[in-house]
Design a protein around this ligand. Structure first.
Ligand SMILES: CC(C)(COP(=O)(O)OP(=O)(O)OC[C@H]1O[C@@H](n2cnc3c(N)ncnc32)[C@H](O)[C@@H]1OP(=O)(O)O)[C@@H](O)C(=O)NCCC(=O)NCCSC(=O)/C=C/c1ccc(O)cc1
Length: 399
């Protein structure tokens, strides 16, 4: 009766997508409080009652001036600080209060970004089959992925994964996981959400702790969401970027270069001043390996670039070692300038900005590169690399 049973191999082949995973929609969101970078040292030392620490204020001012950042958005405001005075003192036990605020704020910010990505994608939220959520800002279960699924009305069978403490490479890792899920599950539609609020790592300045001063100068809050799926169904679904290849590399002997740890007073972190140099020494090898695996030969200046702007010096080093022309990292520099380093979320903002710029180029009759690269970095030191292809039928309008 009926046809002979398929082999397991045939069943698996039938479960897989035919084409590559692609970005089908992008959305971003930020909290309402915007801080101008040139006013930040005054703001920070005032709200933390630390005006007497003039050396540290001078250092923060020097870092802000060189940061390449114009403004940042943050969830924490002065009313919250007034209600939680322990937030300014890293020795006081304030983790409970931070987690309480973050547990609500992180998924809500993600929901705003996700609603925009879903609107651009053009299908109902109930068609989402998988959710990958990345954050360093929470420490509770059920966690932000569960809450986001409720806020968006996702189906109860949505397959959820949360990535915690991946820091600045969380966006790259989530997108790589989404690629695997979409390509290995025919018809899958994966929502990637990254949402970070720096409240978990906000403290007043403390002598002898330059890491904290660096973080206060660079980090901002934001959420980014991406819908990923293979074999887009025209005309509703339009691929913005196809994901051609993805890899992760850990730089040996750099375990201590970037670290984050949750303790009773919030999240402590250390960022070595060698990070820009270490990345500069290692990114080209990742790129060479990626393009060799694809069998594509290219000049770096023939690509479009979506690099995580971890700091201005990181972009400068990468631009230098790869010999990139002025403007090749413009999308990354723009996002750094207007939002700061929003950790894992930032690379989604860069993708969004990149496609906006490609629209302008196309409207002006110019040509944008067909192939490009997304890279994100974080503790490990970990480098996430993804080779992207922009299809010629690209709908670049976005939301
Ligand atoms: C904009 C910088 C900070 C300064 O510009 P510069 O061109 O290097 O300028 P200078 O060499 O004159 O340095 C200015 C000051 O910055 C100081 N500085 C220079 N890197 C450092 C340094 N890692 N430490 C602490 N002082 C420094 C440097 O010592 C100096 O201090 P001073 O001599 O007192 O003026 C630049 O070095 C830069 O972009 N660095 C890259 C920063 C970086 O590694 N970012 C990636 C890591 S991000 C990450 O892991 C995220 C973790 C995270 C954690 C918590 C969160 O909430 C969210 C996320």
């Amino acid at each position: 009766m009926g046809s002979p049973p398929a082999t397991v191999h045939e069943m698996r082949r039938a479960q897989r997508a035919d084409g590559p995973a692609a970005v089908l929609g992008i959305g971003t969101a930020n909290p309402p409080t915007c801080l101008a970078q040139d006013e930040y040292p005054d703001y920070y030392f005032r709200v933390t009652n630390s005006e007497h620490l003039t050396d540290l204020k001078g250092k923060l001012t020097r870092i802000c001036n060189k940061s390449g950042i114009r403004q940042r958005f943050i969830h924490l405001n002065e009313e919250m600080l007034a209600a939680n005075p322990d937030f300014t003192d890293r020795t006081r036990p304030s983790l409970d209060a931070r987690v309480e605020i973050a547990s609500a704020a992180v998924p809500e910010l993600a929901a705003t970004a996700a609603a925009k990505a879903i609107a651009e994608w053009g299908r109902p939220a109930t068609d989402i089959t998988h959710l990958v959520f990345s954050t360093y800002s929470g420490a509770r279960a059920p966690s932000a992925d569960r809450r986001l699924a409720s806020l968006l009305g996702l189906r109860p069978t949505v397959s959820r994964t949360i990535l915690n403490l991946h820091g600045c490479y969380g966006g790259g890792r989530s997108l790589q996981l989404a690629k695997e899920l979409a390509e290995n599950n025919r018809g899958a539609r994966v929502l990637v959400a990254c949402s970070e609020i720096t409240l978990i790592a906000f403290y007043g300045p403390q002598g002898g702790c330059a890491d904290n001063i660096l973080g206060q100068a660079l980090f901002g809050d934001g959420a980014g969401a991406v819908i990923v799926g293979a074999d887009p169904v025209a005309p509703v679904e339009r691929p913005l970027f196809e994901m051609a290849f993805a890899s992760q590399t850990t730089i040996p002997e750099t375990e201590d270069a970037i670290s984050m740890q949750i303790n009773k007073g919030g999240m402590e972190y250390h960022i070595s001043n060698q990070v820009p140099r270490l990345l500069g020494c290692n990114v080209e090898r990742c790129l060479v390996d990626a393009f060799r695996a694809l069998g594509v030969s290219t000049a770096w200046n023939d690509l479009f670039w979506a690099i995580h702007p971890g700091g201005r010096a990181i972009l400068d080093h990468i631009e230098g070692v790869l010999g990139l022309d002025d403007g090749k990292l413009a999308a990354s520099r723009h996002v750094l300038s207007e939002f700061g380093n929003m950790s894992g979320t930032t690379v989604i903002f860069v993708l969004d900005e990149l496609r906006r710029r490609r629209t302008v180029t196309a409207k002006q009759g110019g040509e944008a590169p067909e192939w490009g690269v997304m890279m994100a970095f974080g503790p490990g030191i970990t480098i996430e690399t993804m080779v992207l292809h922009a299809p010629s039928n690209l709908d670049l309008e976005g939301n």
